[in-house]
Design a protein around this ligand. Structure first.
Ligand code: COA
Length: 479
């Protein structure tokens, strides 16, 4: 009996051990599941470091920056601001052509260059030499992204075809800006204004009785750089899942057209009749077959124009953009001293106002001309009337709010001294941008060869002696 009891006790103990074991096994499993759920898709634990203290958004991403002029450098500068290590490869001696364009301080890199190449490192390399290609191969194998905006076919002519790059590094993302996508014009070289013209911006900018105009905003270059940066970040995200790189193409014509989307909207609306919110409708000027130039008319359904303010006779920027937004119409009538318009059948409702927009804005302008643009702002903003001052670049460069947010920053440079630049316009709360000066030509050649690409000192000596980085021929010439 005692034996039986002992056996039972043993069995019970064993069973409870099993249970305990089962519990032990089960519990952690449950814990893991719970952990994964709370962290979402196997993401790491939520950081407990302070905001902006846990690295940068693109930290760890290495970019082989083969860009020049404006469009490509805009893209790689953004990537650098978000924390990517951007290695700019430049032709020995000359570098990016913009270093020497529109020079204001003799002997120093131009503002054109410095304002588009912050936070990057520069290596000089003759990509068409044997040793240069040896270094490029190592760069391709080391980097995550190659960005280029050479003329069509130039990368292939260098020997860097997609097949070769993909063979060396299947994870590499190869991102390109070209003027046009595949089609009639794909072989063309393209600059900003060509893209503005071919992308629909110029035909829809300017006044009805004038020639097409290009805009001051660099929508072809910087706009396409932005598009490409988004494509690269998406390709990096996809690579996390697939493990492989891909090609990313942003054509300047496509980028401009994307920004002119509302004009293609209007092109199609023309089939249904005149575009009633365009000033020309109220002037009884017939519409043609294509979206017309609309002067300063508002692009949306709320009529708006640029009006003179006090001082316009001498100050070219004493103007304000004024929108007669329907919900605040009655407040506008009171402000300009036309309270009877609030109930008058010709003015009370938006459709009645559309054929009279020219006359209405002339009346509003009589009022704005009695105030400075900032006084108009002070009066209209508390009433929620949408108005915007025409700010000059001088006013923008001195604006304290833009300085405070880092959108306008002062940067120090060893050869040109202090200058103003536009900082990162995109603000991330956990990846704070610090704007660092642009590199001097080839400033980081040694550092990149040894520390990033891990060439031995003997190999570096060979590369340099070949003239691939530019120093050797220069030294010989000096002898
Ligand atoms: N070492 C050796 N050669 C180099 C080099 C390096 N590090 N970097 C560039 N090159 C070579 C290229 O291989 C190319 O040679 P190739 O024509 O013999 O093949 C040559 O320099 C010139 O390149 P390219 O891009 O044709 O420059 P460009 O000054 O004649 O044209 C653009 C400039 C902008 C018109 C043209 O690059 C272009 O259309 N780019 C795409 C659209 C674009 O981005 N436009 C906006 C620019 S803001």
């Amino acid at each position: 009996m005692a034996k039986k009891t002992a056996k039972k006790a043993k069995a019970k103990a064993a069973a409870s051990k099993v249970k305990v074991k089962a519990k032990l096994v089960k519990k952690p499993a449950l814990k893991v599941v719970a952990k994964q759920k709370s962290n979402g898709n196997g993401l790491p634990k939520v950081s407990t470091k302070g905001w902006g203290k846990d690295g940068k958004a693109l930290e760890g991403v290495k970019v082989l920056d083969f860009t020049h002029v404006q469009s490509g450098p805009t893209c790689t500068q953004l990537l650098a601001w978000f924390g990517a290590d951007v290695i700019k490869v430049e032709r020995p001696g000359q570098g990016d052509i913009t270093r020497g364009q529109l020079v204001d301080v003799p002997g120093a890199d131009s503002l054109y260059f410095t304002m588009l190449n912050h936070n990057k490192r520069s290596i000089t390399l003759d990509s068409k030499s044997k040793e240069g290609m040896r270094v490029l191969e190592r760069l391709v194998k080391t980097c995550d992204v190659l960005v280029e905006n050479f003329a069509p076919g130039a990368l292939d002519r260098m020997g860097l075809t997609w097949e070769r790059i993909h063979g060396w590094n299947p994870r590499m993302i190869v991102a390109s800006i070209k003027g046009f996508g595949p089609g009639t014009y794909e072989e063309c070289k393209v600059y900003e204004n060509i893209a503005q013209c071919a992308g629909g911006s110029a035909s829809t900018t300017g006044f009805l009785d004038g020639i097409p105009l290009v805009t001051g905003a660099q929508i072809g270059d910087s706009g396409t750089g932005l598009h490409l940066a988004l494509g690269i970040v998406c390709a990096l995200m996809q690579r996390n899942r697939t493990g492989r790189g891909q090609r990313v193409l942003a054509a300047m014509q496509d980028g401009v057209l994307n920004l002119c989307r509302v004009k293609l909207r209007d092109q199609q609306r023309l089939k249904a009749g005149p575009l009633r919110e365009y000033t020309q409708f109220g002037q009884d000027i017939p519409f043609g077959e294509a979206t017309p130039r609309a002067g300063n008319d508002s692009g949306g359904g709320q009529p708006g124009v640029i009006l003179k303010c006090k001082g316009w006779e001498t100050d070219p920027n004493a103007y304000i953009y004024f929108i007669t937004q329907a919900p605040v119409w009655e407040k506008i009538c009171d402000v300009i001293g036309e309270p009877e318009w609030k109930t008058h059948p010709d003015y009370a409702k938006p459709p009645a106002r559309l054929p009279r927009l020219k006359q209405i804005f002339e009346r509003i302008e009589q009022w704005t001309m009695t105030k400075t643009k900032f006084e108009v702002m002070d009066i209209c903003n508390p009433l929620d009337i949408p108005v915007g001052p025409i700010l000059s670049m001088k006013e923008i460069s001195e604006d304290p709010s833009l300085r405070k947010t880092g959108t306008v920053v002062e940067v120090d440079h060893p050869t040109r001294g202090k200058y103003l630049s536009v900082g990162n316009p995109i603000k991330l709360s956990d990846s704070i941008t610090e704007v660092k000066r642009s590199p001097l030509l080839g400033e980081h050649t040694d550092e990149i060869l040894s520390k990033v690409l891990k060439f031995t000192s003997r190999e570096i000596a060979e590369i340099k002696a070949s003239g691939a980085t530019g120093e050797a021929p220069k030294a010989q010439a000096a002898e």
